[in-house]
Design a protein. Sequence first.
Length: 265
Amino acid sequence: MPPLRTALLQSSGRPGSVADNLATLDEAAGRAASAGARLLVCPELFLTGYAVGDALPELAEPADGPGARAVADICVRHGLAVHYGYPEREGARLFNAAQLIGPDGARLAAYRKTHLFGAFEQKWFTPGERPVVQAELDGVRIGLLICYDVEFPENVRAHALAGTELLLVPTALMHPYPFVAESVVPVRAFESQMYIAYVNRTGSEGEFEFTGLSCLAAPDGAVRTRAGRGEELVLGEVDPGLLAASRAANPYLRDRVPGLYGSLV
């Protein structure tokens, strides 16, 4: 099976302007597709911006809303899948959500963040309840988490046990936590034997300053591609052959003793 060429869009777009962010996404999708990518991953809440405050309820939309339809059009036009974050509205509730839309414009997977970070998220969002959401793209089993979720090793291990090969993690990692991108994410990829695409915002929004440092971490613990601190589109390969060899060589998943871990739950 050939590698899945994956593009990471490190950008904060224009907070508060869905139209501008869709235009940024369209342009990036064109560049990614021209470089041979089959998947483009965007940051947390990319569709609207993260620090939009009281505008959040107005900017939120249903999972099948106009933003989703516009992203689907971008996927079809450029012939690649797109994973993007957005605030989802369902009745009176808001969720910090992400969707994976396929190259044919069909929705492949939808996820709601389960672990909400800080006062801002806990004020506005309801936590999701599904810990493992998966889809398949070009023969690769893809899993979805959002930002703070990946900092809990149980979440990533649950994906490993469910067969996730590439974990997509849109994020809004801010100062003073760059060590999460630099150290925690590569360790998660190694200890649970999978690829992790960790895609961050950049620059300042309100009280937040985002760290950048988006990366594609591999199951051998190496970082295959890494962005800097600014706006950037970087590409890397998700190689099923390397994943199979790494899982064969690394015994973590085989050597687990689940009967000893009851106290964790």
